[in-house]
Design a protein around this ligand. Structure first.
Ligand code: AMP
Length: 487
C-alpha cells in the first residue's frame, strides 16, 4: 500500500515524501481511512509505530479540505491533541508542522514549566491545531484563553500514560469542556479498566485499530551497553570505530543538533568519515549527507531523532546511541534502524551518570537488561547505581545471568539474556513517567522554542537521576554486581 492509495491530498503527499516515508506503517494503513471518514478511533499503539502521522495526516486533510476562510482576527481551535509529556507534545507539534507545511494550517504546542505569556499571545492570535499537555491547558482554559467553539477533532494520545502520571482528572476536566458533536481519536498502548471506561464514555461507535507494541522489535537486535562518562564518549566512539572494522555503516544518535555537529567533527578529525544530519541543515545538505552514507563514502551518519525520521537505509550495521534518549520508545525506534529485514543488527549505547534513569526506563520498556560491555580505558568511574535507583522486585524472575561480552571493540557478540528473563509488563505499576523532561528539550512551546531549549516542565515528574557516588577505585564496570532486585 502507498500513501497515494490512502487518498491523501497532494500537499500532504508532498510533505510525506519530503519526510522520506515510502510506505504507510500498519497503524497508518489501518487508521487513516477511518479518520478521513470522520469516524471515532480507538487505537492500541505505542509511540514508535508511526501513530502520530496516523492521526495527524488525516486530521490535516479534514481541516484543510473543509477549510473555511481564516477569520480576520483569531483563528478558532479546530483540532486539539492532548499529550502527557512536553517531549511528546513537542514531537507531535513538530510532526503537525512538518506534515502540514503545504496546507497553510497553523499549529502551536503548549506545556507547563515555561512562561505562559507567549502561549497566551499564541492563543489570542489563534491556531487551527493545538497540541497541549493537560495541566497547562487547564490553567489557560480556567483563565479564559481557550475557546473550543469551533472544535472538530479531539485526540487523546497515550491515555494510559496520562493515568500513570496522575493526569487523568485533568484530562477529564478538559474533555468536559469540549463540544459535541466532534470526532474523537483515542490512543493508548495498554487498556487498563479505567482507560477502557474513559474510552467507552467519550467515543461514539469507534473503530478499533491495533498494532504490536514496539518493544517487541528490540528483541531481535544485539544490544550492548557501555557505561562511560560524558567527556569520554567521543573517545570511546573513535576507539570503537577504529578497532572494529565490523562497524561498516553506523548511524550515531545524539540528543542535540550541536551535539551531532561536534561528534561528526570529532570523527572527521580522527580520520573517520562522518556527516551530521539535523534540522539546521538545508534539504540539499541532508540529501548530500544521506547519499554519501548510502554510497559508503562516509561510514558514519550522526543524527538527531527528528532528522533521522524517515531515514530508511538498508545495511546499517550498527546503531550507536551516543546519548541515551529520554523516551524509551525512541530507543526502540532508533535501534530498529539496524537489523532490518532479518539482517543482523547491533546497537551500542553509551550511558553516562546522568542517563541512568533513562536506561532504567528503556530496560523496563524492552523488558530486558542491555548487556554491559567492558569499556576498557574509557570505562566510567561510575559505581553501582544507588539503592534508590533500583528496580521494583520481580516476582517471577529466574536468577539473573550476567551477560559478559569479552571484547571492548564489539567484535564478539554478547550473549543475549535468555527469554526467561523477560519480566511481566510492569509498565502500569512502574515509573511510566519516565519521559523525563529538562534534558532533552525537544522543542515545543508556542513561541517556537528551539530543539535545544531546556524548559522545566510543570507536569513532568521530578527528576530521578542517579548521582555518582564518590568511592575510590571502583571495580571494572562489567564486573560490577548489579543489584539482584534490579529488574
Ligand atoms: P511515532 O510513532 O509517530 O512517534 O513515529 C515514530 C517514527 O516513525 C517517527 O520518527 C516518524 O517520523 C517515523 N515514521 C512515521 N511514519 C513513517 C513511515 N510511513 N515511514 C517511515 N517512517 C515513519
Amino acid at each position: 500500500m502507498t500513501f497515494e492509495d490512502l487518498k491523501l491530498a497532494e500537499s500532504l503527499l508532498r510533505a510525506v515524501k519530503e519526510e522520506g516515508y515510502n510506505t504507510p506503517t500498519p497503524i497508518q494503513q489501518q487508521a487513516i481511512p477511518h479518520v478521513l471518514e470522520g469516524k471515532d478511533v480507538l487505537g492500541c499503539a505505542q509511540t514508535g509505530t508511526g501513530k502520530t502521522a496516523a492521526f495527524t495526516l488525516p486530521i490535516l486533510q479534514r481541516l484543510f479540505v473543509g477549510r473555511p476562510p481564516p477569520p480576520a482576527r483569531g483563528r478558532p481551535i479546530r483540532a486539539l491533541v492532548l499529550s502527557p509529556t512536553r517531549e511528546l507534545a513537542a514531537q507531535i507539534g513538530d510532526s503537525v508542522r512538518a506534515y502540514g507545511r503545504y496546507t497553510g494550517l497553523t499549529s502551536a504546542v503548549i506545556f507547563g514549566g515555561v512562561g505562559q505569556s507567549a502561549q497566551e499571545q499564541t492563543l489570542r492570535q489563534g491556531v487551527d491545531i493545538l497540541v497541549a499537555t493537560p495541566g497547562r491547558l487547564l490553567d489557560l482554559m480556567n483563565q479564559g484563553f481557550v475557546s473550543y467553539k469551533a472544535l472538530e477533532v479531539f485526540v487523546l494520545d497515550e491515555a494510559d500514560r496520562m493515568l500513570d502520571m496522575g493526569f487523568i482528572h485533568d484530562v477529564k476536566r478538559v474533555i468536559a469542556a469540549l463540544p459535541r458533536p466532534r470526532q474523537t481519536l483515542f490512543f493508548s498502548a495498554t487498556m487498563p479498566p479505567e482507560i477502557q471506561g474513559l474510552a467507552n464514555s467519550i467515543l461514539v461507535k469507534p473503530v478499533r485499530v491495533e498494532v504490536a507494541p514496539v518493544s517487541t522489535t528490540a528483541e531481535t537486535i544485539d544490544q550492548r551497553l557501555y557505561f562511560v562518562e560524558k567527556e569520554q564518549k567521543r573517545g570511546l566512539l573513535v576507539h570503537l570505530l577504529n578497532s572494529d572494522q565490523g562497524i561498516q555503516r553506523a548511524l550515531v544518535f545524539t540528543r542535540t543538533k550541536h551535539g551531532a555537529n561536534r561528534v561528526a567533527r570529532h570523527l572527521e578529525s580522527a580520520g573517520i568519515g562522518a556527516e551530521p544530519i539535523h534540522g539546521n541543515k538545508s534539504q540539499n545538505a541532508r540529501e548530500r549527507a544521506l547519499a554519501a552514507f548510502k554510497s559508503g563514502a562516509c561510514r558514519v551518519l550522526v543524527a538527531t531523532d527528528i532528522a533521522a525520521r524517515g531515514i530508511d537505509i538498508d545495511g546499517i550495521s550498527h546503531v550507536i546511541n551516543f546519548d541515551l534518549p529520554n523516551i524509551p520508545e525512541t530507543y526502540v525506534h532508533r535501534i530498529g534502524r539496524t537489523g532490518r529485514a532479518g539482517a543482523a543488527g547491533i546497537a551500542l549505547s553509551f550511558c553516562d551518570s546522568e542517563e541512568r534513569a533513562y536506561l532504567k526506563d528503556i530496560e523496563r520498556t524492552i523488558r530486558r537488561r542491555v548487556p554491559v560491555v567492558e569499556a576498557g580505558v574509557h570505562r566510567s568511574a561510575l559505581v553501582s547505581p544507588p539503592e534508590s535507583d533500583e528496580r521494583p522486585p520481580r516476582r517471577d524472575a529466574p536468577p539473573r545471568q550476567q551477560a559478559r561480552p569479552q571484547s571492548s571493540g564489539g567484535g564478539s557478540r554478547p550473549n543475549n539474556p535468555p527469554r526467561g528473563e523477560r519480566g511481566p509488563d510492569n509498565r502500569n505499576g512502574g515509573n511510566r513517567g519516565g519521559r523525563r523532561g529538562g534534558r532533552d528539550g525537544r522543542g515545543g512551546g508556542s513561541g517556537g522554542r528551539s530543539q535545544e531549549a531546556r524548559p522545566q516542565a510543570r507536569n513532568d515528574r521530578p527528576q530521578q537521576q542517579a548521582q555518582p557516588e564518590q568511592r575510590p577505585a571502583p571495580a571494572p564496570i562489567s564486573q560490577r554486581p548489579r543489584p539482584s532486585k534490579w529488574l
